[in-house]
Design a binder for this molecule. Sequence first.
Ligand code: PLP
Length: 358
Amino acid sequence: MFSKDGKAKDIATPRICDVVWHNGEFIKWNDARVHVMSHVLHYGSSIFEGIRCYSTKQGPAVFRLREHMQRFLNSAKIYRMDHPWTLDQLCDAVGELVRLSEMDHCYIRPILFRSLDEEHPAFGVNPFPNPLACYIGAWDWGKYLGDEAIERGVDVCVSTWNRLTPNSMPAMAKSGANYMNSQLIKMEALLNGFAEGIALDDRGYVSEGSGENIFLVSGDVVLTPPLSSSILPGITRDSVIQICHELGITVKERTIQRAALYVADELFFSGTAAEITPIRSVDRITVGKGGRGEVTAAIQKAFFEITKGERQPPGDWLTYVNSKKEANPGNNGYTPTTAEGTATEKEPALSYQTAARD
Ligand SMILES: Cc1ncc(COP(=O)(O)O)c(C=O)c1O
């Protein structure tokens, strides 16, 4: 699936939704274009989300829609992108887009960026004169790290590239510019024959993959790096933490040394695109027994049962787009959790909102 020279397309894109939500209305996919002198193309000024909609017996269901859209709003706030969209409007737009797409499952990509005012163009780094544009598109995206990866796991390396330092680029914002760092990690991995790279943070502790958070299983304890290791506060990561609580598995946010990856019993990635993907080797050192471990399998099973609508999730995690039922009524969509338990509204999440403890 992955070519040696890293150039092959590693995923199939069989279907694309032929409409795109743009600033409050639906336009044709082919009309969703930008000017080449747009600020975003030159200075990386975009924030975005990646959301999955799953096929269930009750029709398409968007996984943790409000949480994703809350992170979208957080990213916009960090980058002082003063836009008019509310959480409800963005969530409604996604529901409508999925309905119009007529796809029973898809990947959804909201993006907010600095474009170009063609009548009063501005070309400097200063982003403020450039108008904001917001789009949401959707396509059918298969298994991000390959079809077999979910069962058999992937071979990965530790990247020579570090993850972003907290005071250079905020890793907790999902900004387009952060993905230049991800691309360096990913290209290096592919060119060396690995499916993915794991980046260390600027202190040398394990951070995350180019597009996934990472979990380590040691004995009966599951560990994952804290936000202070320059990670994106993953929604799937949060889901794994909550699933562990439900399964009675001890889960902790801890700084993790590179060498701990080699001697772990199990390792796995979590992410919207990668879902729960086992890691079978790091730097050609076999992890555990070299396949999907038991703890990973149990968490993965629960995760997929939840996304298929076959198991009660710990929260209101599925938004059924064809039903009138409101998702997450009343609590603004997100009761954040930490590895230690569910946070109260007064005490924001360590795992999601703030830099976490080690
Ligand atoms: C760098 C990075 N880390 C982690 C994740 C996982 O985040 P989530 O589970 O919200 O998709 C992603 C994917 O969006 C990512 O790009």
